[in-house]
Ligand binder design. Structure first.
Ligand SMILES: Cc1cc2nc3c(=O)[nH]c(=O)nc-3n(C[C@H](O)[C@H](O)[C@H](O)COP(=O)(O)OP(=O)(O)OC[C@H]3O[C@@H](n4cnc5c(N)ncnc54)[C@H](O)[C@@H]3O)c2cc1C
Length: 392
């Protein structure tokens, strides 16, 4: 593991970081060929998709082992993509690997694992609160051997250029709320499926993998064989995906924190307020640095411990810890990024460092995969239940 981490560290420092400023300043389509060259190099070095099992071309790392890798990759906005470990493909790979049929694996999972195609996951709808994942309007109606899908989705990350989406749609409207929806694979070029637009996120619309799409499904036909798992199992599968997925996100965020911390310290030492007096002499800056170090280190231990608990007891048993890390680390990320931007002054607002990119795009960390408030209430309710609270 030490050797693997060292090899990834040197690839990130020597090969990925030099491409970062192009990624931050040019349209995605212009940078994509260079990103893809580097992806081939990652493969040649035997570092490809370390989270995937060996039969899919990966290194078969455990969740805890991959957590360490994810923190390294998170230090640059292009890290996870270069190693084919980027969301949402990583979650879709895990889902298909655990629950895909033989045919789904051959047609969709294997090319995804090889990095030949990309994918997306369409669950959230603009008209319905995403915080209530069992409430949605999208339907998939049986017609012979097909489903006919109608629905409106948004914030479908990386839909632009994806080969397929996994859509969540109601297939059993009369079942209990948690058993109504199914997950169905739909090729992005299916008639009736439209990528309406990429959604502007804090002024940045993005494109390709670095974008969030709005999708319309109008009478889209998909074979019943494209359903993943049992009819009505969509919600349960989504929950299963989110357990390890939150560890991945949290470690990626800690990678961002580490880089922001390093940039903050470097700038504090380099930037002089007057000749011979660097910013780092200021007590306010010193406190931000110390607070950030403490918060990052504590968060890392919490996340690694959660990964171990998931491995030892399963995601359901570890669900409180998963909720704790989700909101706690998102808060650490926001605070560390904010301090780093502040220390950089006007430079922090530019795209000459990755800070502003992360500031824009990772504000969503407190919203996606369950807003902070939902996780806090879920944990607190279970804690209070132990103290006798009946319901809330
Ligand atoms: C960058 C980004 C990427 C995303 N990628 C995807 C994707 O790939 N696929 C996909 O399907 N979706 C994706 N989403 C959507 C995401 O899953 C939803 O935004 C999320 O589930 C919240 O739903 P909502 O936006 O409808 O907010 P709402 O549910 O409308 O909630 C609004 C706010 O209300 C508050 N709130 C909600 N519930 C409670 C509660 N129980 N108690 C107290 N306060 C509450 C919270 O502050 C919350 O932020 C993405 C979102 C972002 C920002």
């Amino acid at each position: 593991m030490t050797e693997l981490l060292a090899a990834i560290r040197s690839f990130i420092d020597e090969r990925a970081l030099p491409l970062e400023s192009a990624f931050l300043s040019l349209p995605y389509s212009e940078v994509e060929p260079r990103l893809n060259e580097l992806r081939e190099e990652v493969k040649r070095r035997g570092l490809w998709a370390p989270h995937l099992p060996a039969e899919l071309g990966g290194r078969g790392l455990t969740l805890t082992e991959f957590a360490h890798v994810s923190a390294l990759l998170g230090e640059t906005p292009i890290g996870h993509y270069l190693f084919n470990a980027q969301p949402p493909d990583i979650g879709n790979c895990e889902l298909l690997h655990s629950h895909g049929s033989v045919e789904q694996k051959a047609v969709w999972l294997e090319p995804l694992a090889r990095g030949e195609i990309r994918s997306c996951f369409a669950m959230t709808e603009p008209e319905f609160a995403g915080s209530n994942p069992v409430w949605m309007a999208a339907t998939a109606r049986r017609d012979g051997d097909d489903y006919v899908i109608d629905g409106h989705k948004w914030f479908t990350s990386s839909a632009d250029g994806a080969a397929f989406t996994i859509v969540m749609a109601v297939t059993r409207p009369d079942a209990k709320p948690h058993e109504r929806a199914s997950q169905i694979i739909v090729p992005m070029d299916a008639p009736g499926l439209t990528l309406v637009r990429n959604i502007p996120v804090m002024g940045d619309t993005g494109s390709g993998h670095a974008s969030h799409g709005e999708l319309r499904f109008e009478g889209v036909r998909a074979p019943v064989a494209n359903r993943i798992g049992a009819e009505g199992a969509g919600f349960a599968l989504a929950q299963e995906r989110l357990g390890p997925g939150r560890v991945h996100h949290c470690m990626r965020w800690l990678g961002i924190c580490e880089r922001a911390f390093r940039l903050m310290c470097q700038h504090a030492v380099r930037r002089e307020l007057s000749p011979g007096h660097p910013l780092g002499e200021q007590q306010a800056v010193q406190h931000w640095i110390a607070e950030s170090r403490a918060e990052i280190d504590a968060a890392r231990l919490l996340v690694l411990d959660t990964a171990q608990q998931i491995e030892a007891r399963g995601a359901h048993a570890a669900r409180d810890r998963i909720s704790l890390i989700k909101f706690h680390v998102a808060g650490v990320l926001q605070r560390v990024l904010d301090r780093a931007v502040q220390v950089h002054g006007a430079l922090g607002m530019t795209d000459y460092t990755p800070l502003a990119f992360w500031y824009r795009h990772e504000r969503g960390a407190r919203i996606y995969d369950g807003p902070d408030e939902v996780h806090k209430s879920a944990v607190a309710r279970r804690i209070l239940k132990g103290f006798g609270l009946k319901r809330s």
